[in-house]
Every structure is written in structure tokens, then in C-alpha cells.
Design a protein around this ligand. Structure first.
Ligand SMILES: Nc1ncnc2c1ncn2[C@@H]1O[C@H](COP(=O)(O)OP(=O)(O)OP(=O)(O)O)[C@@H](O)[C@H]1O
Length: 531
């Protein structure tokens, strides 16, 4: 990456306090259109030094687009950006970095095959400078402070997603960004990591930097924002001091109504086992060891754990993407086909529905249309040689039911906002619409849902819960991985805590609290171990 920020004349990144941009950074009349869609519509916004601004809004509101315009990643259609009182030309990210603007994206830009250190070296402002030993130590210094647990010599591909985000953030800070834009930074972090990030964000502001956090989590606002700005359908609809807005105010500004509150009755008694994991061991990015778990008909078992403790291996093995090294998965007493039969050459006809982590990388083909992406599960049945008219008609209904915006079956999936992409995957894997009260009789026997509401606004999250609850209502067994302990405690029947690839505890959600889960997540004990 280019030598960028001003003041790096000597080819050295500044590691001390940054030069402060005291005058406001102003966005005036910012507008961006994609064809007929006005994604950002005449936005005026001030971003002040020493302040954390939370940028909120429903999925597809235009938050990422607005920040990509500021980062020079997209060209403006209208409006101007003023930095320190002067109009700024930011035709590309290189120019934005030179102006002290850095952005951590939702979709990461790291090179998975390289080590953390090499990724940071590649992004160091003066690519040659790190060859001397002092510079090379400086390359990882930020990361050490931000996340002391991340080994710089590990390959990025072998790290959990939460760690990728922190490496990205270290990369941006190494470039001496004085405006740091974080696009949904806490969505993949555990509560402990999120708390560390909030502290770090406050420190950045205390150093005089500007910080913009795009987020759906109101906890982020409470923990670190000074000011809030809310977007809806491309427009800025509210801007205020964070202290002047309640959570209810913010939700109403975002979605126009009060937050829906999905709920389900907890199971009573012990249901007939439906999805059984027997002595399951194996490896994906992380690994699991001897997992025994039986999930009953209509039961939701939540899985909690610090990222990297086996969640991904568990999900991918149960969903049939990765063959276990030992053990088996049974559905209704019968072994589930192992890969490649389950999802390889024979098609995707696994009886277990799967909402994976990071749908943009793992669950959609960005270049293909929404209609084709919705049909991917049915590949072997698809009449590829016939026109896709039928697919389009079916897709239109699913897109409308799930409120995927814009609901255009022909649109390439890669042009959807992150949250709308997540809704698309939910529509395919969970079927029907969230409004359907009962699950379909022919729905999946079991569901593996990994962080299914990540990046979703409150309304879309409620839709996913309602749909999962409907499936549980008609007897599906649900394995639900989540980083949100409060959500698990509220909605699951039992909660399994993963630690070092094993189940450290299996607790009834009723009567358990987040502190007990937290202790198990970090290797501690609680009294009641069996549920
Ligand atoms: N490259 C693109 N081509 C066409 N449309 C796009 C493109 N990028 C974004 N859009 C559309 O612009 C609108 C705003 O998207 P944006 O990603 O800014 O939303 P967001 O508020 O960040 O949403 P989320 O919370 O879901 O990430 C959406 O309707 C999206 O589909």
C-alpha cells in the first residue's frame, strides 16, 4: 500500500499521537445513485475530532455507501467533502489514506495465505522501511496492544473471523488514520473482545482522532458513542448527542416503528432426540473433540464460546461440509451422509439447513442473480437448459416475504448490502417468509444457524427469530451459534459452551445467567454441568 498520510516524509509511520485535524470534516449534499436506486440522498454530516460517531440505520439504509464515498472507494454523484475547511478530492482510497482516512470493511481485505505479520508488512506505509528491525517491531506494535493474544506468525486463514477484524484495524492504524471508519466492528466479536474494542475506540478518540462506527448494536452506542446519526432509505433522519437518545428513540428513527419482540414458549420436558452428535471430532479452521449432544424435536440448543474454540468445525461438520475425523451425525436415528455425498458432486441435498457465518464469502455467488442464489440448494433439480423464468417468479415472492431490498430477482447478489445478503441466505435456507406462523411441513429436520442475525437491523433480526421459532414449532432440531449471550438466554432451551473444542458445560437457559456462561467460556467452572 502507498506511503500515505501527511507527515510521513521520512518514510516512517508515526507511532506517537497523531497530528490533530481540529476543524470539522464536513459532508455536504452527498448523493450516490446505483441505476434507479438513490443509495445516499443529499446527506449533510459533520465528523468531529476527538469524537466517536455511531452511524445507525436499517439494512440497506446507505451507511456503508456513505462511508465508501468518504473513503474514495466509490465516486460521488453530487455533494462535497470538506476537510479542515478545504474541499477534498478523494478519487480513490489512496487519496483518502493520504488525507488520513482509514476504513475497516465488513468484507475483509487481508490475504488469508499470508501470516498476520506479512499482511501488516504489506500494508505498512513505506513498504521498504520495515526491513530494518525497529520498523519491523513497530509493524506489530499496534496489534499487540489491541489484541495481545493474536500470534503475528500465524496464517490469517487459520485465525477466527473476530481476529481478522482486529488485524484489519491494526492495519488501518498503522497507516496513521486520523479518521477511522469501522463498518460493523463488533458483529463478529465476543462480548470480551467487543468490550476491549470499545475501550480502544475511546482511546482513539481521546488521542484526538475521529471515529465513525457503523453498527446495528445499540450496546455499541451506549458503550462508546458521543454522537449518533441515523440513516433511513438513503437520507439522514436524525443526528444528536448519544446521551440525548434512548434505545427506543433510535429504533424508531431507524425502522419507523417500535422494535418487534419475538418470543417462544420454552420446551417443557425432554423431547425425542432428533439431531444426535455422537463422539464427533474433526477440524475446520478450529477443531472439536469428542462432542456428544442430542437435540430434541422442537428444541433450540444455543452454542456459546470465545471465537476459535470449535464453533466453525462444529457447524461445518454437522452441516455436512467437512467430514468428521471420528464420530457421526444422526438425524432421526439415521446417519447423515458425509461429504462429498452430502454437499459435493451429488448436490446440496443435505436434510440439514445451514446458515453459515459470513454469508457473503460462504453462502452466495456474488456474480449470480438473486434468483439463482435462492435456487442453489436445488442445483441437481434445476432445468439449467431452460429459461430461468420460473426461478424468477419464485424468487420475487421470497424476496418480498423476506423484505430483501431491492427485491429484484435479476440483480447480482454482490450488489446487496451486507444485511440484505444475510436475509437472502435466510430465505433460501429457512424457506417461506417470516410472517408464516407455522413452519412448512416439509421443512428441514434440523438447522445449523451460525450467527444468523449478524449485521441485521432489529426488524430483520426479529424476522429470522420468528422463522427459526416456526421451524422449532413444527419439530425441527436447531443448533444455534451466537455471540450474543443475552439472546441465547432469552430464546434457547439449552446452551452448550465450547471451550478448546469440547463441551465445557450444557446448561438449561432457564435459571442460567451470562456470568456463568462467561466463566465456562474462559475455562472456569459452574456448579450445574448437566442439563
Ligand atoms: N455496488 C452496488 N451496486 C448496486 N447497488 C448497490 C451497490 N452497493 C450498494 N448498493 C445498494 O445501495 C443500498 C445501500 O447499501 P449499503 O450497503 O450502503 O447499506 P447499509 O446501510 O450499509 O446496509 P447494511 O446494514 O445491510 O450493511 C442498498 O440498497 C444496496 O443494495
Amino acid at each position: 500500500m502507498a506511503a500515505a498520510a501527511e507527515g510521513k516524509a521520512g518514510g516512517r509511520a508515526r507511532t506517537g499521537p497523531p497530528r490533530i485535524m481540529a476543524a470539522p470534516l464536513r459532508l455536504q449534499g452527498i448523493t450516490k445513485r446505483f441505476g434507479a436506486l438513490t443509495a445516499v440522498d443529499g446527506v449533510d454530516l459533520e465528523i468531529r475530532a476527538g469524537e466517536v460517531l455511531a452511524l445507525l440505520g436499517e439494512n440497506g439504509a446507505g451507511k456503508s455507501t456513505l462511508m465508501k464515498l468518504l473513503y474514495g472507494f466509490l465516486p460521488l454523484d453530487a455533494g462535497r467533502i470538506e476537510i479542515e475547511g478545504r474541499p477534498a478530492q478523494l478519487p480513490d482510497p489512496r487519496a483518502a489514506m493520504a488525507a488520513g482516512i482509514g476504513m475497516v470493511f465488513q468484507n475483509f481485505t487481508l490475504i488469508p495465505a499470508l501470516s498476520v505479520r506479512d499482511n501488516l508488512r504489506l500494508a505498512w506505509p513505506d513498504a521498504a522501511a520495515w526491513r530494518n528491525r525497529r520498523e519491523d517491531a513497530a509493524v506489530v506494535e499496534r496489534l499487540h496492544r489491541l489484541a495481545p493474544g493474536i500470534d503475528p506468525e500465524r496464517r490469517v486463514a487459520d485465525l477466527p473471523v473476530g481476529a481478522w477484524q482486529l488485524v484489519e484495524l491494526a492495519k488501518v492504524l498503522n497507516q496513521d488514520a486520523r479518521l477511522v471508519i469501522l463498518d460493523e466492528p463488533s458483529s463478529v466479536l465476543t462480548p470480551q473482545e467487543a468490550a476491549a474494542l470499545h475501550g480502544f475506540v475511546r482511546d482513539l478518540a481521546a488521542e484526538g482522532r475521529r471515529v465513525v462506527i457503523i453498527t446495528h448494536k445499540l450496546a455499541d452506542v451506549a458503550a462508546c458513542a458521543d454522537r449518533v446519526a441515523v440513516m433511513r432509505r438513503g437520507r439522514l433522519v436524525d443526528e444528536a448527542a448519544a446521551a440525548d437518545r434512548s434505545e427506543g428513540d433510535l429504533v424508531t428513527a431507524m425502522i419507523g416503528t417500535r422494535a418487534p419482540a419475538p418470543a417462544r414458549p420454552r420446551l417443557t420436558g425432554r423431547p425425542v432426540p432428533r439431531l444426535e452428535l455422537q463422539g464427533l471430532s474433526g477440524r475446520a479452521v478450529d477443531r472439536i473433540e469428542g462432542i456428544d449432544l442430542a437435540i430434541g424435536a422442537g428444541e433450540i440448543v444455543g452454542v456459546a464460546g470465545v471465537a476459535g474454540n470449535g464453533q466453525q468445525a462444529l457447524a461445518e461438520i454437522v452441516a455436512g461440509l467437512v467430514a468428521p475425523a471420528a464420530g457421526q451425525v444422526l438425524l432421526d436415528g439415521r446417519p447423515v451422509a458425509r461429504p462429498p455425498e452430502a454437499r459435493g458432486g451429488g448436490g446440496f441435498r443435505s436434510p440439514i439447513a445451514y446458515v453459515p457465518e459470513e454469508p457473503s464469502r460462504r453462502a452466495v455467488v456474488a456474480e449470480l442473480s438473486l434468483a439463482v442464489n435462492l435456487a442453489l440448494r436445488r442445483i441437481p433439480e434445476l432445468p439449467w437448459l431452460r429459461p430461468l423464468r420460473g426461478l424468477r417468479a419464485g424468487a420475487a415472492g421470497a424476496l418480498a416475504d423476506w423484505d430483501v431490498r431491492p427485491p429484484e430477482p435479476e440483480r447480482p447478489a454482490g450488489t446487496l448490502s451486507g444485511g440484505n445478503l444475510q436475509k437472502l441466505v435466510a430465505a433460501r435456507e429457512l424457506g417461506g417468509g417470516p410472517a408464516a406462523a407455522d413452519g412448512p411441513p416439509d421443512g428441514p429436520g434440523a438447522i445449523v444457524a451460525c450467527y444468523p442475525t449478524m449485521g441485521l437491523d432489529v426488524k430483520a433480526s426479529a424476522a429470522i427469530y420468528e422463522r427459526l421459532f416456526a421451524h422449532a414449532g413444527r419439530g425441527a432440531a436447531i443448533l444455534w451459534l451466537s455471540e450474543d449471550l443475552d439472546d441465547l438466554l432469552r430464546h434457547a432451551d439449552r446452551i452448550a459452551v465450547l471451550h478448546h473444542g469440547r463441551i465445557a458445560g450444557l446448561l438449561p437457559a432457564d435459571g442460567t445467567d451470562a456470568a456463568a456462561l462467561g466463566r465456562l467460556m474462559t475455562g472456569g467452572r459452574v456448579d450445574a454441568h448437566a442439563a
